[in-house]
Design a protein around this ligand. Structure first.
Ligand code: CDP
Length: 212
């Protein structure tokens, strides 16, 4: 599942994972995890040795760290995700989890920007989830408010707009729908309706796979 910032990928992927007993990996959290390491070195250059060490210590629990969603870490994640070496380092983790999830899972679902195009070009189901900038900004603003983060709707909107631009214009792994992705604009959908739509796509695909 791919799509721009705050399009609702994380929530929907989590729900799909629960229904189909899949491992869920929010790949954005991996970039945020690296961004946190960079943030902690206080503006110094990216230290790849440190990142390698952090990668070795990575657990799914560590990706739930609240600091990963903070504003400075979000900004750094957007910047470092343009670096080829960073993307290569994170590709392996994503592959390992996507293609060899622990036995208790029946498969995997990943969400991000380049899952259908680069990480899992052979995924059984590809969904590109989007929503208008206004809707996405309002959703993210609501999330921030709930978390007690002090910000304004306008600031959230301009930050998202900037990240959208960076994600779609970078040279490698830019944000775009895979040719075979199902496009879903969730601007006028609530989570439940979006879930039903995506589930329908999955069920059709399973039927097709079972028939061949
Ligand atoms: O949750 P939100 O949509 O705001 O962002 P995220 O999915 O956590 O991703 C954080 C940043 O990581 C994005 O701004 C992207 O620049 C980058 N990212 C990426 O380059 N490739 C991915 N597969 C996932 C995220």
């Amino acid at each position: 599942m791919d799509g721009p910032a705050a399009s609702g990928k994380h929530t929907l992927a989590r729900q799909i994972a629960k229904k189909y007993k899949l491992l869920h990996l929010d790949s954005g959290k991996l970039y945020r995890y690296f961004a946190l390491q960079v943030y902690q070195t206080k503006g110094q250059k990216v230290n790849y040795t440190k990142l390698k060490q952090a990668l070795k210590k990575l657990t799914l629990k560590k990706l739930k760290d609240k600091r990963l969603t903070s504003e400075p870490v979000t900004k750094i994640a957007s910047i470092i995700s343009k670096i080829k070496k960073i993307r290569q380092m994170l590709k392996k983790v994503q592959h390992d989890l996507a293609y060899n999830p622990p036995n208790k899972f029946k498969g995997s679902i990943l969400d991000g920007r380049d899952i259908g195009t680069v990480i899992m070009p052979d995924a059984h189901v590809k969904v590109y989830l989007t929503a208008s900038l206004n809707v996405r900004a309002a959703r993210r603003y609501k999330e921030y408010k709930k978390m007690g983060v002090k910000t304004t709707l306008n600031k959230v909107k301009s930050d998202i707009k900037k990240r959208d631009y960076e994600d779609t214009h970078r040279k490698i792994s830019s944000l775009k729908p895979a040719k075979d992705a199902v496009l879903l604009d969730s601007s006028f959908y609530n989570t439940r309706t979006a879930f039903v739509e995506i589930d329908e796509v999955i069920r059709k695909r399973i039927k097709l796979l079972n028939a061949t």
